[in-house]
Structure formats: structure tokens, C-alpha cells
Unconditional design. Structure first.
Lengths: 491, 496, 238
């Protein structure tokens, strides 16, 4: 009505926000009617649902299996009967890594990392039994998991529905009309972006909510459910930035290219580079810049280092030096006169020295892994998957840092057993060489091994870099899109 | 009054040649050829360099393993000599180089190595998951059979950029990007109507265009691969290397042919360029990503491998039980078998411990084997099913076959594991007999320890297995070629 | 030479061409007039076997186009509305390629250049890349291509649309030459003046039907225009 009363004045321009909303509304309707979206979106929805359920089922099964196995292992420890505590320490326990509750969203390195470690006397062992070895080479083509859908298929969907967002307008001639009614190109960009975001939200938010709902059914003994919710939220933020960046890129390329065909080819090429070429190519670069030692090298370096320790060798100079220092400390001249058991004391001392060696060597190995990861994620400035993937895995609790966190916890537990066994022997074992056995009370004095996933905040400590990389990338792409859209010409 | 048929053929041949020549001219005018050739060169060079680096690492690994074993044996032989000359008295049975128990369990434990095939650099395959050697001892099987090589799991997850990755994953995309618009772009720019108003078959035109592109991909691919393999020092000419190389070329050729047939079939549908690109990329996703991942899910659901965590505990239980039984048995055994007098080389107490341990291992071995066999049966079933499933996707088929040719396939590692098992038994037999008979080892024994030598399958067997692959690639290709030839005859020249 | 017998093309619900009967004799220029979507281009496409008829036949010199397309096409030359060429090749290279496709033999460059000049292209333009050509220049290459064929029938789809008056005139002159050589010419056009000026006969198409057909000498220009408008728009209104 107001338009009629103001006939004399020029028709008022739509306010910018209204303009954007109008564009977004029209784009959204158009997208919904797009046949491409119907089948591609449908397919992705089906794959997502399958992946979600499959991942959940596997995660639950794994968690049950590992919890049961941990329980059994502890029962075996308790049921050792009477024996020398050091012998019990040799028997040790197995630690099984609990499946992180979010691993059903991103199984990360789980298939490629050992699931169990033997916590025995004297040795910090490697994890064994990589699930990937219990599968065929088909696995190497990829896992059907929700992160695959989000990282690889969703960007493709974005490309497929947006590659002709601007080229199509130009080819149909509608761009000429749009610009002639005074639409700013930037408004067009924002409008289209809004429509795509709404569409992606429709496609991606339900599974995300479903995933969050599933988290309430998680067994809470080794996780903090609030923290897990936080982790999943942070994870989704990463994906949102990644997908928004892809949408902006797609729109920008569409605005920059002369034809839909060219835009499609450029975008597909980027998608392939980002999802397939870069991750592998960078892995090889990282492996060269920071080479992983071989098991033989690693073990022989450990063996070499441990030669400085005396072990059970009573003629070792280090052993003699230690004995003399103990004798001096207690002010006695013979081992037999010590108030404590000397063999146990020396075992304990040997272990203590061993811990330092293990810390150093494993520390170095893990530093190599982390350096490789750092190099890998650097590529994220250009190819965002390189930054998103570690972020997603970290939030899911399935990255290397958290694997090492578990390994460290297991090692700490192993050392507790060692110390407790040694302390018992130091106190109770006579020095006359006769044997000493302890019973179930001693075994039971060691509490079962419990592992809690680290808090999200601590994970952020070494992950903020990846989110930053993602944001920088998305900002760069946003700038690119805005620049090319501003230069948009109808022909 | 029909024209005499024979004139048709030369025209078709000449059209093929003309169209071919035109393509060359167009590519030259757009300066596309050097770009494509350079890209292929870089990708292949990088892939082969990675393969060579990986193989160097594997070789270093094998060499350092052998060195480590040699050093260990030399130390024992040194101790043995010293012992004989009275310079060394072992402080414990463990440090006694004559003790068949500890020598068999630890000191002489030997690396069973899987030698790389001459074409190993072409596909890293499963060699990053399966170490190229296994440290075999007289201990029970689980102590070594599933040992892993140290590796950043992130690297295993990402996979490597090797030649087979380039060919299986990326080459189809190179083919697609070169030829998704062979006819459609001509139609879109209007030249197709000009061409089609002539007495020409569009099919011939399409095949000429695709043929030119196939040459553009294949010639550099084959030339660079051969050149770079040889110049980067890959041992491709050793042993049955040339034969493997030939088979490699054949299957790669068939794969390239398959993808060109796919583009031909899609082209013949008569859609626009952008639509063709979409269809082709979707096909790629389905064949290279979706089919394998769904296949892997299916195989793992059909033949789930039981929990390894549970297995670990079961094996511990088995060992505990066996140790207990061995305790009882040892006493009986000592009565039944007079321990041979070995001149005091091994004390009575040590002998008792040793025979008890051997008895435990003997008792446990069968049960451990039975427990592990459940897992291995499932894995074998997965492998067998995969051998059929791979025919659903040429990408899987080719990857599998390239792994076979490179000697880095699941099958070869399974075969290696089987041979190692046989060897392990003979190793156990050798040392266990000596422990139970209380026969200390001497220098002559050291020279006669069982040695492992991998028995490779003959090239003939390998080729026999690869033949179905070739068929699996060529048959779909032929079907597609027929479909494409038929469809393109009705190619919509003038889009309505 | 060109003959359509009950030629019909149907797309799903839409009848693009309804039982067209038409004969174009050697040395005759037949102009098909009609609004957009009247079925003119469909007719041309059917004669070229770019599309296949639903029923009826199109023959060239007695050869059924749909059954023996290659033989039929040996007899025809074709110039589309916009002559599209390979932009990265020169005019002469384009001509070389297309004439080789048509005849199977390579013609000497001098001969090709001569053809281009005959078609009205400036000799210095011939070796330049086609991407720099104007629409008229490309049209001339198209005519040269058609002339190189020595075809007995010529199909023209809106050949003068977008040409400036001078170029259109030159074009009409060339058509006249071809006609005197005994070529049968079927041309679709919106240009009543061109039809009246060059055509021997005209046919007016309307919604897939050939509604009228008469000799150009039987009507004058205003009459032609009246008939055309009546048929094209009058009936629609009725």
C-alpha cells in the first residue's frame, strides 16, 4: 500500500538485508527443486545414516570387548596365587585402550594403531594388534564412517550444487537482469551463501544432533559426558568452517570462471587435490623430513642405552657403585647387614634408571610422530582437509597425541605396579637369599587400571593451531570470493 | 542404388586419421600437450621416488635385522669359544651359549625375511602394515606372529603416494578431465553440426578423439615409468622382473582402456559437458570409493574377526594352564627319560626349568594355534571373498593386482606367514628335542640351525592368477565399447 | 533432389513436424518461412540425420537419409545459422579439415584460398585464427566449406540472420551462382525480402505444418508479407 501512496517518489530500494533475504529465499527454493540435490543429497543422507549406525555399533562393540578384556586381565592378575612379587610384576597385566565415545564419528587412527599393550616388568612395550591387519586391503580405500562423508563427500556435494551459481546466471542471462535492478554482487554472494548454508544445515545438523543424542547413552565410567559434548561441539565447528569455506570457494570460482564447465573442472580438481592427493603427497614429504626409525633401530638403540644399566648383572660397574652408595647411606659395610632387601632395592633402582631411558626414547619417537603431524597439517593453509582431519580426530579422541596419552597412562600404571612390588620386597624380603612370596592381598593393593580421556581443554592446547589454519584458509577464501564477485560482469 | 560398400572403409580410416590429426593440432594450438606431459612426468617421478625411498627403507630394515642377528650369534659363538677354553663361566642358564633353551628362545632367534619382489617399488601396498621380517624363536607362535613394524599410524591412515596410487586413483581422473567433453564441447561450440553434416560417422570421430587422448596418456605413462624405474635404480631387470613388468604394463593398459571406454559410454549418452563431468566423477566415486568401502564393510560383517583383546587373555590363560600341566608332566618325564650326561654343561636345576618350559610351549602350542586359527580363518575368508568382490570395481581389481605384481599383496603376506609357521615348527623341533634330550649345543650345531628361505611362487602361477584380472578389466571395457558405439550412432548433434 | 514424404517428428507430447511433403528440384531455391518453433530447423535437422524421424522419410537424390545417412550426406552441404569453427585454427585450416572430411582428399592450399576468396573472404584474413573473425567472416568460411563440397544439395539454416545488409547481399549473389550450377537449395529464413528476392518457391510453416507453398513469381512482396502474417499470427488468434 505504501508504495502506492508514495507514487511521486522513486520506488524505494529494498534495504540490503531484505535484498539478501530475498536472494537467499529464491536460491533456497531453486536448490530444493534441483534434481542434482535430490539424488546426491539423498545418497549422502543414506550413507551418513549407515555410517552413523555402523560406527555406533562398532564403537559399542569395541568398547564392550575392551572393557571385558580389561576386567579379565585384572582378574588374571588377582588370581596369580602366591608368588614372588617381582615374578608377579613380570606376569603383569594388559592394558586395552577403551574406544573413545566419539570414535564413531571419526575412528581416526584406531584401525592402524595397536589396541593392547603388555605391562610387564623392565619393559615398556609397543602396542600390538592393529585392527587393519585383521582386514583386507579393501580397507585401504577408506572407511565408511561419518567423517568420510563430511570430509570427502559433503564438499563434493557443495561443488556439485554450486559450481554454476554465477556462471549459470551469466549463461542464462539472468545476471544481467539482477545487476540491472541494482543488486550488489556482494549481496548476491551473501544471499547464495545463506541458501547453501541453510541447505547444508538441513543435511548435516540432524545427524549431528543424532550423534549428540547418542552420546547420552555412552558408558560413563571413563568419560565425562559434558566434556564429550564439548568435544563434539568443537568438532562440528571445525566441520562448519571447512564446509563454509568450500561453499565460498565454490561460489568464488563460479564467479571467476567464464563457463560452468570450467568452474566445475577447477573445483573438482581442487577437491581431488584436497581429499586425495595432498594427504598422501604430504605424508611422504613428512616421512622424509622426519623419518620414523625402524623397529630394529629403535630396539637396538634401547638395548644399547640400557647397557648402561646393570639389570641383573652384579658385576656391572654401575651395580657396584650403587651398592656402595647404599651401604654408605645405611652406614654398613655388608649387604647382609642392610635393614632392607638389597636385591629389591637394586631392582627398583634399575627400573628407575630404565624409566628415564624409556621416557627419552619413546619421547623421541613420539616427537617424530608429532613433527610428521605438524608438517602434514601445515598444508592446511592450501588444502583444508590437512588441518581439519587432525582437528576432527583430536576432538574424537582418536589421534596420535591421545593414543600417546593412553600409552603414557598405561606406562604410569606399569610403573606403579613395579614400585609397589619392589617396595613390598624391599620391606619384606630377607637379605639372606631365601625366597619370599606374597599373596593376593598384595595384588589387590593395585587398583584396576582406569583411563579417562583427557579434557577437551587440554586437547585444544596443541590443536588450536589447526583450527586457526582452517579459519585462515576460510578467511582467505572468503576474501577471494568477495574480490571476484565484486568484479563480476554480466558477460 | 546403394553405393559400393568397400568405399566406406577407407573413408572411415581416413576420417579417423583426419580427426586424429585435428586433435593434435588443437592440443598444440592450446599448448595443452606439454602441460599434460609435464604433469604426468612429475606425478610418476614423485610416485616412483617415494616407492624407491620406501624400498630403501625396507632393505635397510632387512639389512639391519640381519646385522643384529649376526651380532647376536657372534656374541654367542665368542662366549662358546671362551667357555671351551675356560675363560668364561656362564653366571646363569640364560647366559649359557650351550643352553638349547635360551639359544633357541632368544640368542639365536632368527629373522625370517620376505625378500622384495623386483617390482616392489611400484606399489607399497600392504607392506606398511606387514613387516618384511619376523623374528622366529622357539617360543609360542603368538610371541612373534603378529608383531608390527614401528610406524606413525597417521602415515598408515593417509597411505602413500606411490605409483599404484597414481594409476588406480588419479589416472582415471586425468583421463576423465581430458575426455569428458570430446563430443559435447564440439556440440556446444557448434562445430559438431558442421562436422556431422559431412558423410562421417560420429562414432569414428569419437574414437579418433579418444584414441588421440589415449595416446597422449599412455605414451608418456609407459615411457616415463620405464625410464624412471630404470634410472632410479629399481631392480626391475632382476630375476622375473621383466616378466612382471610386462604383466604390469598389460593390466595398466587394460585399466586405462576401461576408463576410456567409460568416458566413451558416457559421451554416447549425448549429455552436455558439465553433465558428462558430473556423471564421470560420480562413476569414479562409486568405483574407487563407494564400492570398496561398502565391500570392506560387507566382508567384515560377513566374516568378523573375533576380538583380539579376548584372544590375548585366552592365550595367557592357555599359557598358565600349560605351565601348570607342564609342572606335573616334567616330573613324570624326568622319571621316564634318563637325562643324558652332558658333562655338566647344563646343570640339573637348569635342565629341569628348561624341560618344563619346553613342555609348556609344546602343550600350549596346539591350543594357541587353535585359538589364533579362528582369527586367521576369518581373515582368510575375508580374503577369499574379496578376491570375488574385487571384480565389482576395476579400481579394486587393479590395486590388488598391482600389489600382487609388486609382491606387497595380502595374499603374499599370508603365504609368507604360512611358510614362517612351517619354519617355526622345524625351529621349535630342533631346539626342543635338544632341550628334552639335554644335549648342549656346540659350534657345529650353531652352523646347522635351521635357516629360513622364502619359497617364491613361480612367475607362471602369478601370471595364471593375474589372467582373470585382465579379463575382469577387458570384459567390462568391451561391453562399454559396444554400448558406446551403439549409443553414439544416435548422438544428438543438434541439441533441442 | 531433396524430398520429404510425410516426414513427421514427435517429441513426447509435442509434434514438431507433421507430415511434411516437399520436393526441391536441382537449380531451385526453396525458402521455408515461419515463426520460431514452426518446424523449420527440425526439417533441416531431419535432412541431415541430426535427429531421426518418427515416421515418413527424407531423401536426398533418392537416398533415405535415416537409413543410409553417410551416402545421403555425400550429396549435401550445410550452412548453419552461425557457422561455428575451431577458434584456434585459421580459416584456411578449418576449410582444409572440413573439405577433407567431406571428400576424403586433401586439396591444395591455393585451391582452398581461391574458394575462400570466391566466398568473399579477404585473402589476408585466411591464415588468421578464426577466434578473431566476425560473424560475417565466419559465414563466408562456411560458404566456402559448402562450395568446396561440390554438393548437389545445400541446406541453409537462417543463413543471413545477424549479417549486415551488405554481407546479406553478397550472400544472395552467391546463392544465385549455386542455383545456376544446378544445386538444389533448401533454406529456412525469417527474411521475407531475401525469400522473395532469391527464392524460386516459398513454403510457410506453422506449428509443424507446411501451411502454404507457392512460387515467388506468383506474389509480390506485400502479398507475401500479408500471407505470412496471416498464417503465422492470424490463425493463432482465431
Amino acid at each position: 500500500m505504501s508504495a502506492i501512496t508514495e507514487t511521486a517518489a522513486p520506488v524505494p530500494a529494498l534495504p540490503p538485508a531484505g535484498m539478501v533475504a530475498t536472494i537467499a529465499g529464491k536460491e533456497f527454493t531453486e536448490l530444493l527443486r534441483d534434481a542434482r540435490l535430490k539424488w546426491a543429497g539423498g545418497l549422502i543422507a543414506v550413507l551418513m545414516l549407515t555410517a552413523l549406525l555402523l560406527g555406533w555399533q562398532q564403537q559399542q562393540q569395541l568398547d564392550r570387548e575392551r572393557a571385558a578384556a580389561s576386567h579379565t586381565s585384572y582378574q588374571q592378575w588377582l588370581g596369580q596365587g602366591e608368588k614372588n612379587p617381582h615374578s608377579a610384576a613380570h606376569y603383569g597385566q594388559y592394558a586395552f585402550k577403551p574406544a573413545s565415545p566419539l570414535s564413531f564419528l571419526d575412528p581416526g587412527i584406531n584401525p592402524y594403531v595397536g589396541s593392547a599393550v603388555w605391562m610387564e616388568a623392565h619393559k615398556q612395550n609397543e602396542f600390538r594388534f592393529r585392527p587393519a591387519r585383521d582386514a583386507t586391503s579393501l580397507r585401504r580405500f577408506g572407511d565408511l564412517s561419518i567423517n568420510f562423508v563430511w570430509q570427502v563427500l559433503s564438499p563434493l556435494l557443495i561443488v556439485l550444487i554450486t559450481f554454476n551459481a554465477f556462471t549459470g546466471e551469466r549463461e542464462r542471462g539472468t545476471l544481467r537482469q539482477l545487476l540491472s535492478v541494482g543488486v550488489q554482487p556482494a549481496q548476491l554472494l551473501v544471499g547464495k551463501m545463506t541458501a547453501i548454508s541453510a541447505l547444508l544445515a538441513i543435511l548435516l545438523v540432524p545427524p549431528m544432533l543424532m550423534a549428540m543424542a547418542m552420546l547420552f547413552f555412552v558408558d560413563e565410567h571413563h568419560v565425562d559426558s559434558l566434556d564429550i559434548l564439548g568435544r563434539s561441539g568443537l568438532m562440528f565447528i571445525g566441520y562448519a568452517v571447512y564446509l563454509a569455506g568450500f561453499a565460498l570457494l565454490s561460489l568464488g570460482v563460479s564467479a571467476a570462471c567464464g563457463s560452468s564447465r570450467k568452474a566445475l573442472i577447477v573445483l573438482l580438481a581442487f577437491w581431488v587435490l584436497n581429499c586425495f592427493v595432498a594427504p598422501r603427497a604430504i605424508t611422504d614429504v613428512a616421512a622424509r623430513l622426519a623419518p620414523t626409525p625402524s623397529a630394529v633401530q629403535f630396539q637396538s638403540a634401547l638395548t644399547q642405552a640400557k647397557k648402561a644399566n646393570f639389570g641383573h648383572d652384579e658385576k656391572h660397574p654401575a651395580f657396584i657403585a650403587f651398592r656402595d652408595s647404599v651401604l654408605a647411606r645405611y652406614g654398613v659395610s655388608r649387604v647382609e647387614d642392610l635393614p632392607v632387601n638389597f636385591r629389591a632395592l637394586s631392582l627398583n633402582e634399575d627400573d628407575e634408571r630404565g624409566y628415564r631411558i624409556y621416557d627419552e626414547h619413546y619421547g623421541r619417537l613420539w616427537a617424530i610422530y608429532l613433527e610428521q603431524e605438524r608438517i602434514r597439517s601445515l598444508a592446511g593453509v592450501l588444502f583444508p582437509m590437512a588441518a581439519l582431519q587432525p582437528w576432527s580426530m583430536a576432538m574424537a579422541g582418536t589421534d596420535i597425541a591421545q593414543q600417546n596419552d593412553f600409552a603414557t597412562a598405561a606406562e604410569r600404571y606399569r610403573r606403579e605396579i613395579q614400585k609397589a612390588m619392589a617396595a613390598d620386597m624391599i620391606r619384606n624380603r630377607p637379605n639372606d637369599g631365601s625366597d619370599y612370596v606374597a599373596g593376593p592381598e598384595l595384588w589387590a593393593s593395585i587398583a584396576p587400571f582406569e583411563y579417562r580421556l583427557p579434557q577437551a581443554a587440554s586437547v585444544l592446547g596443541n590443536q588450536w593451531r589447526n583450527l586457526l589454519l582452517l579459519l585462515v584458509w576460510a578467511a582467505m577464501i572468503g576474501g577471494f570470493a568477495l574480490t571476484v564477485v565484486r568484479r563480476l560482469r554480466p558477460t | 542404388m546403394s553405393m559400393p560398400a568397400p568405399t566406406d572403409r577407407p573413408v572411415a580410416v581416413s576420417l579417423f586419421r583426419d580427426a586424429f590429426a585435428l586433435e593434435r593440432r588443437l592440443f598444440r594450438a592450446e599448448r595443452l600437450m606439454p602441460v599434460i606431459v609435464a604433469m604426468l612426468f612429475c606425478a610418476i617421478a614423485y610416485a616412483i621416488a617415494n616407492g624407491v625411498a620406501w624400498q630403501d627403507r625396507q632393505n635397510t630394515l632387512l639389512a639391519s635385522a640381519q646385522l643384529e642377528e649376526r651380532a647376536r650369534l657372534d656374541e654367542q659363538l665368542g662366549k662358546l669359544a671362551d667357555m671351551q677354553e675356560g675363560r668364561y663361566t656362564p653366571p646363569s642358564a640364560f647366559q649359557n651359549p650351550r643352553s638349547p633353551l635360551w639359544v633357541g628362545l632368544r640368542h639365536a632367534a632368527t629373522y625370517a625375511a620376505l625378500p622384495p619382489s623386483p617390482l616392489a617399488v611400484s606399489a607399497i601396498g600392504q607392506s606398511d602394515l606387514n613387516p618384511p621380517y619376523v623374528l622366529v624363536s622357539a617360543d609360542t607362535r603368538e610371541s612373534f606372529a603378529l608383531n608390527d613394524e614401528i610406524e606413525n599410524p597417521g602415515n598408515l591412515l593417509a597411505g602413500r603416494f606411490d605409483l599404484s596410487f597414481f594409476i588406480v586413483f588419479l589416472l582415471p581422473l586425468v583421463i576423465v578431465s581430458l575426455s569428458y567433453n570430446v563430443l559435447s564441447s564440439e556440440r556446444e561450440q557448434g562445430t559438431l553440426a558442421m562436422v556431422a553434416s559431412n558423410p562421417v560417422r560420429i562414432a569414428v570421430l569419437m574414437w579418433a578423439k579418444l584414441g588421440y587422448r589415449a595416446g597422449l596418456v599412455l605414451l608418456p605413462l609407459v615411457a616415463f615409468t620405464l625410464l624412471l624405474l630404470l634410472s632410479m635404480g629399481a631392480p626391475v631387470l632382476q630375476a622375473d622382473g621383466p616378466l612382471r613388468l610386462l604383466v604390469w604394463l598389460l593390466v595398466v593398459l587394460a585399466y586405462v582402456g576401461f576408463w576410456f571406454a567409460v568416458t566413451a559410454a558416457v559421451t554416447s549418452l549425448g549429455k552436455g559437458s558439465a553433465q558428462n563431468a558430473l556423471i564421470l566423477v560420480s562413476t569414479w566415486i562409486v568405483l574407487v570409493l563407494v564400492v570398496p568401502t561398502l565391500g570392506s564393510v560387507a566382508v567384515e560383517l560377513a566374516y568378523p574377526v573375533p576380538s583380539r583383546a579376548e584372544m590375548i587373555n585366552t592365550l595367557r590363560e592357555v599359557k598358565n594352564d600349560s605351565a601348570r600341566e607342564a609342572d606335573a608332566n616334567a616330573a613324570r618325564y624326568a622319571i621316564e627319560h634318563e637325562s643324558a650326561d652332558n658333562g655338566g654343561a647344563v646343570s640339573e636345576k637348569d635342565y629341569k626349568t628348561a624341560s618344563q618350559r619346553v613342555m609348556m610351549v609344546k602343550l600350549a602350542s596346539d591350543r594357541i594355534a587353535a585359538t589364533m586359527a579362528v582369527h586367521e580363518r576369518q581373515i582368510a575368508s575375508q580374503r577369499d571373498t574379496t578376491a570375488w568382490l574385487r571384480f565389482l570395481s576395476p579400481a579394486v581389481l587393479l590395486q590388488d593386482t598391482l600389489n600382487e605384481i609388486a609382491g606387497t599383496s595380502d595374499r603374499r603376506y599370508a603365504d609368507f606367514a604360512r611358510q614362517v609357521d612351517d619354519f617355526h615348527r622345524s625351529w621349535q623341533g630342533y631346539f626342543n628335542d635338544r632341550v628334552l634330550a639335554n644335549r648342549p649345543l656346540d659350534a657345529a650345531d650353531y652352523a646347522q640351525f635351521p635357516r629360513f628361505a622364502y619359497q617364491p611362487e613361480s612367475a607362471g602361477v602369478l601370471i595364471g592368477r593375474i589372467l582373470p584380472t585382465l579379463l575382469g578389466l577387458l570384459l567390462p571395457m568391451l561391453v562399454l565399447v559396444v554400448v558406446a558405439s551403439r549409443g553414439v550412432a544416435r548422438y544428438p548433434v543438434d541439441a533441442r | 533432389m531433396l524430398e520429404a514424404n510425410d516426414l513427421t517428428k514427435r517429441y513426447d507430447q509435442h509434434l514438431a513436424l507433421d507430415r511434411l511433403n516437399l520436393k526441391v528440384a536441382p537449380g531451385e531455391i526453396f525458402c521455408l518461412l515461419g515463426g520460431n518453433g514452426a518446424g523449420k530447423t527440425t526439417t533441416i535437422n531431419l535432412f541431415l540425420n541430426f535427429i531421426q524421424p518418427t515416421s515418413g522419410t527424407a531423401t536426398v537424390n533418392g537416398i533415405d537419409v535415416a537409413a543410409r545417412p553417410l551416402e545421403a550426406k555425400r550429396q549435401i552441404a550445410y550452412i548453419p545459422e552461425t557457422v561455428m569453427l575451431y577458434g584456434s585454427l585459421s580459416g584456411i585450416e578449418n576449410l582444409e579439415y572440413f573439405s577433407k572430411l567431406a571428400l576424403g582428399v586433401k586439396r591444395p592450399r591455393a585451391e582452398l584460398l581461391d574458394l575462400l576468396v570466391q566466398a568473399g573472404l579477404a585473402p589476408d584474413a585466411a591464415p588468421r585464427r578464426v577466434e578473431g573473425y566476425s560473424k560475417g567472416m565466419r559465414q563466408k568460411v562456411g560458404i566456402a566449406i559448402a562450395m568446396a563440397r561440390n554438393a548437389r544439395a545445400l541446406l541453409l539454416d537462417e543463413p543471413t540472420s545477424g549479417l549486415d545488409p551488405q554481407a546479406a547481399n553478397e550472400f544472395a549473389r552467391l546463392l544465385e551462382q549455386m542455383k545456376h550450377r544446378g544445386v538444389a537449395i533448401l533454406m529456412t529464413t525469417h527474411d521475407l525480402f531475401l525469400a522473395k528476392q532469391t527464392g524460386t518457391r516459398v513454403g510457410i510453416m506453422q506449428r509443424g505444418v507446411l501451411a502454404a507453398m507457392f512460387g515467388t513469381d506468383t506474389v509480390d512482396h506485400t502479398e507475401l508479407e500479408r500471407i505470412y502474417l496471416d498464417l503465422s499470427y492470424g490463425k493463432k488468434a482465431a
